[in-house]
Ligand binder design. Structure first.
Ligand code: AMP
Ligand code: GLY
Length: 426
């Protein structure tokens, strides 16, 4: 069959690359893709929000399965459009995508279906939000989390350990920095612990976790600086041992499955649970309705089974026929970013060393690149996701940083401590 991947980031590069390895796949298209994706599969110049054009393309090319990478088209209803036209598609319908599109919708879902999560309240004006923050600190809370209630590419969240930072976060949301999503603000109890990302396939009848992973959301080494879309990831995450996974399955995945059935949410794709492992048990920080980026780079790098087959069966409601095999290796993805990210950064610098990095045995997934005058240049904040494997965490780190060091461009930076928690445990 022919497949179409929608998106243009490192996640979509990884999904396209993996689908292209599948025996059942005759050709992979990616819309719109990027400079690196074009090295592996055929890119098509259609934007992720051009839903009808994407469906026209899928129809004209007789695409057997469309896989939607990012949340924006899912929240816009791409799955509904494809379903109406009888086109097979991997993802949730618009109503289910609200689990990511609206943090307050997700909170209500979690509370209704008894999925453990942080205590929270919603505010639509500034002063009551400030008063609430003051009362929480007066009651002895050690921190508070301010969240713009909408899609903000991982940037509309402030984890504040004092009142001043919390109030600054509230002011930033209501100032319009995050557009519409800033005018509804969720204020949450601050949780302390280690995070893990649990991605699971579901077709609404069966739910099947993928290998565990851990992201690094903060910009700087040692988890300092602001939140980003994710600066690196690895799989498996040793914090997710068998006992923890059993708990996640019982308290999160099974309740999620029952919840979407009861609420009649059409969902045939990936559910991503951001888990905080606290002293008092697990709590869900967020749901995403798509693969994580950069978790996908590390997770799919370890997948030995046929991804196209698993995704097609998920889209057809036959996930119960799927079994997944994983390599015992550890995989790490290090994100190389443009200097200045997550704020403003310069674009258009020529990137050197990608071939040399690939030649070490690593795979360089492209997130924000394009071709100018025959050179690959940076065009995004997160630019490359260099991914490598090793028999254990020590070897995987050696391999991935050996590849990263081959790559350079003006002002690039990356975290040098990806997988430090796993290393501490080892
Ligand atoms: P979210 O987009 O809701 O996942 O938030 C992004 C990141 O902010 C998470 O991955 C956590 O690192 C952090 N975060 C979110 N909610 C909380 C919370 N209630 N307590 C502590 N950290 C949080
Ligand atoms: N890496 C975090 C996310 O994909 O939301």
């Amino acid at each position: 069959m022919k497949v179409l991947v929608v998106g243009s980031g490192g996640r979509e590069h990884t999904i396209s690359w993996k689908l292209a390895q599948s025996e059942s796949v005759e050709k992979v298209f990616c819309a719109p893709g990027n400079a690196g994706i074009a090295l592996d599969v055929e890119c098509v110049n259609i934007g992720v929000s051009e839903l009808d054009k994407l469906a026209d393309f899928a129809e004209a090319k007789e695409i057997g399965l469309t896989v939607v990478g990012p949340e924006v088209p899912l929240c816009a209803g791409i799955v509904d459009v494809f379903n109406e036209r009888g086109l097979k598609v991997f993802g949730p319908a618009k109503a289910g995508a609200e689990l990511e599109g609206s943090k307050s919708f997700a909170k209500d879902f979690m509370n209704k279906h008894n999925i453990p999560t942080a205590r929270s309240q919603v505010f639509t004006t500034e002063q009551p939000a400030v008063d609430y923050v003051n009362s929480e600190f007066e009651a002895g809370e050690k921190g508070i989390v301010i969240k713009a209630d909408g899609l903000a590419a991982g940037k509309g969240v402030f984890v504040a350990l004092n009142r001043e930072d919390a109030i600054a976060g509230i002011k930033e949301c209501f100032s319009g920095s995050f557009g519409e999503s800033g005018y509804r603000v969720l204020i949450e109890e601050c949780l302390f612990g280690e995070e893990a990302s649990i991605l699971a396939l579901t077709d609404g009848k069966t739910i099947m976790p993928l290998a565990s992973s851990q992201d690094h959301k903060r910009l700087l080494d040692g988890d300092g600086g602001p939140n980003t879309g994710g600066m690196g990831a690895y799989s498996p995450a040793p914090v997710v041992d068998d006992a923890l996974m059993a708990k996640v399955d019982e308290e999160v995945l099974q309740r999620f499955l029952k919840g979407i059935q009861e609420d009649d949410l059409y969902f045939r794709g990936i559910i991503y649970a951001g888990v905080m492992v606290t002293e008092k048990g697990i709590k869900i920080l967020e749901f995403n309705v798509r693969f994580g980026d950069p978790e996908t780079q590390a997770v799919l790098y370890r997948l030995e089974s046929d991804l196209a087959d698993a995704m097609l069966k998920t889209a057809e409601g036959r996930l119960d026929e799927v079994e997944l095999q994983w390599s015992d290796d550890t995989a790490i993805c290090v994100v190389m970013a443009s200097g200045g990210y997550p704020a403003t950064y310069e674009k258009g610098h020529t990137i050197s060393g990608i071939e040399a990095a690939d030649a070490t045995g690593a795979k360089v997934f492209h997130a924000g690149t394009s071709v100018e005058n025959g050179n690959i240049v940076n065009t995004g904040g997160r630019v490359l996701g260099v991914t490598a494997k090793g028999k254990d965490i020590v070897e995987a780190r050696k391999n991935v940083y050996n590849a990263v060091e081959k790559i350079d461009w003006t002002d690039t930076f990356y975290r040098k401590d990806i997988a430090y928690r796993a290393l501490e445990r080892a």
